[in-house]
Structure formats: C-alpha cells, structure tokens
Ligand binder design. Structure first.
Ligand code: URA
Length: 189
C-alpha cells in the first residue's frame, strides 16, 4: 500500500489540473500510517502552515483537531489525514487562505484514488466540502453531523470542520461530544 501511495503522490506532485499547480511547493502528505490507521480523516485543503510543514492540519485547525482526537481516545499516530484539494487555495495575492471552488472538481480524483488504495472502513469528513465530495451534494453538514452514513464498502462519519469551532465557539462542546461518540464507535473509550 505504501508503495502505491508513494507513486500516487509522485503523480500529484506533477499535477497540472488547475492553476494552483503554478504556486505549489510540494503536495502535503500525512506522516501517519494508513495501513494501521483506525480511521481516515478528510479535510478541505491545506493552508499556509500545512504547505510550510508539508503535512495536513499543521496549523490552528490542526491543534484543534488534535484536542478533539484526544476526546475519541486517538492521537495523530492512530489516524491518517488527507484533504480533498491538494494545493493551497489563496486570495489577496497569496496572503489569505480561501475556500476551494473549481479546484474541487479538478483535484477530487486524487482523493478517490487515495481511498481506493487505503480502503478504510471508516472515513470522517471534516466540514461540508469533504462530506459533499464523498456523499453527494445534497448532504449538508448542518443536517448530517454526528450520524453515520453507509456507503459502498465504507462508512462516513460527518463532522464539523475543526476550524469552525475557532470562529463559532459554541460548536466546540458539540464537536467534542461527537468525537467521544466516534471513540465509542471505534471502541476507543
Ligand atoms: N484545513 C483543512 O481542511 N485541511 C488542512 O490540511 C488544514 C486545514
């Protein structure tokens, strides 16, 4: 599996599917082990910190994610983290991160191939973009968070994006309780 992922990431590093390729440094890739991971988390797209460190969820949203994982009895070593979009969508001449738009279609095929290699039984989507990409555009995070969705060969557990709790502090308690629920589903707490 690791060899296949290495080859996939070599292809991603050469991707020219959208203009973000012009600004790409190196594709962001998790250091976690997909072969032993209890669950695969799918976020939206890397930001400045992720590009700098070369790993997903390396900035403020990542700190939040790490505290939420602890609620589920998990650490970053127990999970594999990836994104729908591989390069950093920017605004304001590169000064700001932005929500990906057309890049989702251009890039989303990489995620499908990555999941075909890993074949996880459980996928946690973080936020609307990952949820819609995997489960269809009618799935909305406000309706589906904290409820299992059975797909062909795997289950999806939709969760709010950890960054949402940075802006909407009242989401924090809800997200924590849903991570505890995830821990129970995985037999971790
Ligand atoms: N937000 C995401 O969705 N993905 C990252 O890798 C970092 C922040």
């Amino acid at each position: 599996m690791l060899k296949e992922l290495d080859l996939l990431y070599e292809e991603i590093a050469r991707c020219r599917n959208c203009p973000l390729a012009l600004e790409r440094v190196n594709p962001v890739r998790d250091k976690g082990c997909p072969e032993t991971a209890a669950v695969v988390f799918v976020g939206e797209a890397p930001g400045a910190n992720e590009v700098k460190h070369g790993i997903p969820f390396a900035g403020e949203a990542g700190k939040k994610l790490n505290t939420y994982l602890a609620e589920a009895g998990l650490t970053r070593n127990d999970v594999y983290v990836t994104n729908v979009v591989r390069c950093r969508p920017t605004a304001n001449g590169g000064r700001r991160n932005r929500t990906p738009g057309r890049e989702i279609q251009a890039c989303g095929g990489w995620l499908k191939r990555e999941l075909d290699i890993i074949r996880p039984k459980m996928i946690v989507t973080l936020g609307n973009i990952a949820l819609k990409w995997l489960c269809g555009k009618n799935c909305v995070i406000g309706d589906r968070h904290g409820g299992l969705i059975r797909m062909d060969g795997f289950q999806v557990f939709p969760m709010y994006h950890p960054a949402a709790a940075i802006y909407k502090r009242d989401l924090d308690a809800l997200i924590r309780s849903e991570f505890r629920q995830l821990g129970r589903i995985l037999g971790r707490n």
